[in-house]
Design a binder for this molecule. Structure first.
Ligand code: SF4
Length: 261
């Protein structure tokens, strides 16, 4: 009989880095507000318009201060505005050679807020979304239809993920089309999505599903886009442990297939 493989252990959740996004997202409207109010104080001509512009700039900065429950209550509005900023400044970031850094900074800022919001009141209905490209390209196992079709050969992260998902009874979907992932997420009505994808799909996902709190994990692309991609299963484990209500002992099932446990 095949020797059981050691299951990956959850690592600590990494420090999220969202300073670049936050400096721009909050700093630009606050600077505009200061400029508008200063202009209104120093010049009487058009003072009303400058005051109006300053107030509008403050209103634009306001969502960036929402945290915890306030963030969850205004989730869709906050995310729509943040995604607008991210997508609007993406061409400039690309020109500066900072496109990935810009998107990852937004993702880090988003993850920080989701962690703060769910730190006290964990999610009860979480869904994991994974892209099909994590499966080794030459593997014929039909994991799109049934995750347990994976032979757990250890050549790609799917085996470790399957073991963790079965052991903890996670709800997850592996899809080969983004629109299918969004549709399945909406149908499932989760209170948290843990999504693994490349930066381009992560920002698209956050833009398409602003109403759902999403903790996002970027893929590694050692062989380029969409081929034999990789991700950290311990990172997913850590996110699920930190953000999701643990299942009761009776809910957890032993691994069912011989050779897996
Ligand atoms: S772990 Fe092995 S069997 Fe499972 S999907 Fe990856 S390559 Fe295929």
């Amino acid at each position: 009989m095949k020797e059981p493989r050691a299951l990956p252990q959850p690592g600590p959740l990494p420090v999220e880095r969202g300073a670049l996004f936050l400096w721009v997202r909050r700093g630009v409207p606050l600077a505009l507000a200061v400029f508008a109010f200063a202009f209104a104080a120093l010049h009487s001509a058009g003072r009303g318009w400058w005051l109006l512009a300053g107030t509008g700039a403050l209103a634009a900065a306001w969502p960036s201060f929402l945290r915890g429950e306030a963030f969850l209550r205004n989730q869709a509005t906050v995310m729509r505005q943040d995604c607008l900023w991210t997508n609007a400044l993406r061409p400039l970031a690309r020109r500066l050679g900072l496109e990935d850094a810009w998107i990852l900074s937004f993702c880090g800022h988003n993850n920080q807020r989701v962690r703060e919001a769910l730190g006290g009141r964990r999610a009860r209905r979480a869904l994991i979304l994974l892209p099909h490209c994590i499966q080794m390209a030459r593997c014929k196992a039909g994991i799109l239809d049934d995750l347990q079709a994976c032979y757990d050969c250890g050549l790609c992260p799917v085996g470790d993920y399957m073991n963790a998902a079965l052991l903890n009874r996670w709800e997850g979907r592996i899809t080969n089309r983004s629109h299918k992932a969004y549709r399945e997420a909406r149908e499932f009505r989760p209170d948290l999505v843990v999504a693994v994808s490349c930066t381009d799909r992560l920002i698209k996902g956050l833009t398409k599903m602003p109403e759902i709190p999403c903790y996002v994990i970027p893929l590694s692309l050692p062989h380029g886009m969409c081929v034999d991609t990789d991700f950290s299963v311990p990172h997913v484990l850590a996110a699920m442990e930190a953000l999701v209500e643990p299942k009761r002992p009776g809910d957890i099932q032993p691994l069912r297939r011989e050779g897996i446990a």
